[in-house]
Write a protein that binds this ligand. Structure first.
Ligand SMILES: [Mn+2]
Length: 276
């Protein structure tokens, strides 16, 4: 832990779409975030572990293990950890209602902020037309998407070597593609509508890897983003104020490199589609 950057305490922290087990996962940035925060409640808003990827080949580096260990340690030390599984870790959905190592698993949850607003917390894949209606399509898209993310990792490895900050290639491509924008808009509207139906003030979700905080027809739509592209977390301050933290903007690689012990070189190999 670095002495130059404070550990901040939040009432609640929300993270999702970490995709542990894939090369796109920015585990080191996430570890740096976890090392510099404490919270009363930690919400894991789905797609924390990528079960789809692990099924086609086990890849599990030390940093990914460290993320799991750190989260379990937070639970042991008294933080309330609530795991809302997503579609990539849907195997965990079989454990809804179960306490695993101090972590509560639930399909969705209602979170009340310190200033009394009620939010529906869910991953969000239920409102994604593609993954709900045609799972094979989702898998096909999944490989193409992972390839972009792997390129993103290589690209940022080079940027890091050259002394530049983290920059998301995949997030850039996403806003450049018109269909993606329409898809995002439809998703946000559908999730907000569900919050209205459930009679709450807002919704906190993940899934589409795009952090956002805006009002849609009187409903507060909040997306905590992801840790494969934008590297964002949603935090609730002690007074109930919500804020999206873009960790790669808060902390630069050079600072993170200085803060951690020297480790083995980063693996930059691009993965092949799984053969059986
Ligand atoms: Mn998802």
């Amino acid at each position: 832990m670095s002495a130059d950057f404070p550990v901040r305490h939040f009432r609640t922290v929300f993270i999702s779409d970490v995709h542990l087990g894939t090369r796109g996962c920015q585990a080191e940035l996430l570890l740096d975030f976890i090392r510099h925060m404490e919270c009363d409640t930690l919400f894991l808003v789905g797609d924390i572990i990528d079960g789809w990827k692990l099924k086609s080949g086990w890849w599990w580096p030390q940093a990914h293990n460290d993320v799991v260990q750190k989260i379990l340690r937070m639970a042991r030390k008294g933080a309330q950890v609530i795991y809302v599984p997503g579609n990539h870790d849907d195997v965990v959905r079989d454990f809804c209602g179960v306490h695993l190592g101090g972590v509560v698993v639930t399909r969705d949850a209602i979170h009340e902020t310190a200033d009394g607003r009620r939010f529906l917390v869910l991953h969000g894949d239920e409102f994604d037309g593609v993954t709900r209606h045609a799972r094979w399509l989702a898998f096909l898209g999944d490989w193409a998407y992972r390839t972009v993310l792997a390129l993103n990792t290589v690209f940022n490895h080079v940027r890091r070597r050259l002394g530049f900050g983290y920059w998301s290639l995949s997030a850039y491509l996403k806003v450049k593609v018109k269909n993606a924008l329409q898809f995002i808009e439809n998703f946000e509207a559908a999730v907000a509508e569900e919050a209205r139906r459930r009679g709450v003030d807002g919704v906190i979700c993940g899934h589409i890897h795009k952090a956002e905080m805006r009002v849609i027809d009187g409903i507060e739509y909040v997306n905590d983003g992801d840790w494969v592209e934008s590297c964002t977390a949603l935090v609730e301050h002690m007074d109930g104020r919500l804020e999206i933290l873009e960790w790669a903007k808060v902390r630069s690689w050079s600072v993170i490199d200085r803060a951690r012990a020297p480790e083995a070189d980063v693996d930059v190999e691009i993965e092949e589609p799984a053969a059986a």
